[in-house]
Write a protein that binds this ligand. Structure first.
Ligand code: HEM
Length: 437
């Protein structure tokens, strides 16, 4: 296929890569203003060479509705294979992805989510109980502790506090990974040196903990009575689905680490942004508090959704073309990475004319159009934990709002965003002053 990629910034690819890694929002906004709805970024490893960026709702629909055999998401995420493993739901495609998704989906269905709710509410209460009235709470850190606890108890079914205490610091070390590690993975000999060695040592220790947990759970006498995700996955091949091949320990490990990592930092970031936005907008906070008292979860959910729109948590989804294709009228060769820019989609003035306002009501009055709000991606790869994170976020906001008033600490006027691995988080941890009602 003779191809001219859509035009894009002419800066050397190393400069584009640095801007993409550090100042993604600014680079994307600049490129969209200068080159329009579709443009190409030229990057160097660990990113892909040609990334064609889309944000128009009709283009997004086309990408999410395409045949998953033509657009591989797993390949686009290869960078994470060192952390999540080759079986990870995030990193597989086609038949292997479809099987993993089918086996994991029941644990995230509406009825399963309703079953997790009481435990999530209890965990939220325990964490929020520790806040002292009048103090400044660094919400990103506190929400990370809370969501990690939720994921370890609900996904893993780890009731034992001591065991959670062993696993949590290992996971935190991965979340706080030094970006230099990503760049070093191309050179396996680095594995025995400096930060790469420390990374592998941590990874080995974490795997040991995960495999021990899997072995002990396999032997658990009440396995079929347990509701946590690990126990459900261990039951595959027996009970209701005897025809399924049971998951191997390596598959289980990869899916668990994926859920643990994909599931907690993202939700923590969304929640800390929501706390920040509520502190900045006292009137919305009052409406949210009334909703929390009245059990109006829809409004609390709208607060979370609006926070995720204005403060994007994951900036984009990526798909690698397995054949030459035309997308959004552009002929693109096999190997191109097609990126749906969540960040740009959420700030388009044609989709959100009053986009700079923080207005949760837009999610209740039907004014949000299809394929304009996509924090969870879409199509067959749409985030499997979307419902889980909204259920959890709503429970946490309810707990906070029925007990505390949130305000910005003296001297704080706003908050910017920074990239931590692939998640966008509040740069200063979204500090909020909490006062008992
Ligand atoms: C605010 C919270 C969250 C955000 C913003 C978020 C965002 C995303 C996005 C953008 C994707 C990629 C979708 C695509 O490529 O189209 C994704 C995939 C995924 N997420 Fe989430 N996520 C959140 C919470 C969670 C939770 C709570 C879990 C699990 C407990 C989870 C597990 C996953 C998994 C396993 C995938 C891969 C799905 C696949 O490839 O089939 N996420 N998420």
């Amino acid at each position: 296929m003779s191809t001219a990629y859509p035009s894009g910034p002419r800066l050397p690819s190393i400069v584009q890569t640095l801007l993409y890694a550090k100042w993604r929002g600014a680079l994307l906004q600049y490129a969209a203003r200068r080159y329009g709805d579709v443009f190409t970024l030229r990057l160097i490893p660990p990113y892909s060479e040609h990334v064609v960026v889309f944000s128009r709702p009709d283009h997004i629909r086309e990408i999410f509705a395409a045949d998953p055999a033509d657009l591989h998401a797993g390949e686009g995420n290869r960078l994470l294979v060192h952390i999540m493993g080759e079986h990870s739901l995030l990193l597989t495609d086609e038949a292997e992805h479809a099987r993993a998704r089918r086996l994991l989906m029941p644990a995230f269905s509406g009825s399963s989510l309703r079953g997790y709710r009481t435990l999530v509410e209890a965990i939220a209460k325990t964490h929020v109980d520790r806040w002292a009235s009048g103090s400044t709470v660094h919400t990103l850190d506190r929400m990370n502790d809370l969501t990690l606890d939720v994921i370890m108890q609900v996904v893993f079914g780890m009731a034992d506090e001591h065991r959670r205490g062993e696993l949590a610091p290992r996971l935190r070390r991965i979340v706080n990974i030094n970006p230099i590690i990503f760049f070093g993975w191309k050179y396996p000999w680095l594995d025995r040196r400096g930060p790469w060695k420390r990374f592998s040592d941590n990874q080995n220790a974490m795997n040991e903990l995960l495999y021990r947990e899997i072995a002990q759970r396999r032997a658990h006498p009440d396995l079929d009575q347990r509701a946590d995700v690990l126990s459900r996955l261990l039951a595959v091949g027996s009970g209701e689905n005897p025809s399924d091949t049971p998951l191997s320990d390596a598959e289980l490990r990869d899916q668990l680490i994926t859920l643990l990592l994909a599931g907690h930092e993202t939700t923590a970031s969304a929640l800390s942004w929501a706390c920040h936005e509520l502190a900045v907008h006292p009137q919305v906070q009052e409406s949210a508090r009334s909703a929390a008292h009245d059990g109006d979860d829809k409004y609390l959910e709208a607060v979370l959704k609006e926070s995720m729109r204005r403060r994007t948590v994951i900036a984009a989804t990526g798909r690698r073309l397995t054949r030459d294709m035309t997308i959004g009228g552009q002929s693109l060769p096999r190997g191109t990475v097609v990126s749906t820019s969540i960040l740009l989609a959420h700030s388009r003035s044609d989709s959100f004319p009053d986009g700079t306002d923080f207005r949760p009501e837009r999610f209740l009055d039907g004014s949000v159009g299809p394929n304009t709000w996509l924090p969870f991606g879409g199509g067959v790869r749409r985030c499997i934990g979307a419902g889980f994170s909204l259920m959890e976020g709503t429970a946490v906001l309810r707990e906070i709002l029925t007990r505390y008033r949130l305000s910005l600490p003296a001297g704080v006027t706003g908050e910017s965003s920074r990239i931590r691995n692939i998640t966008h988080v509040p740069a200063h941890g979204a500090p909020v002053q909490v006062t008992l009602l």
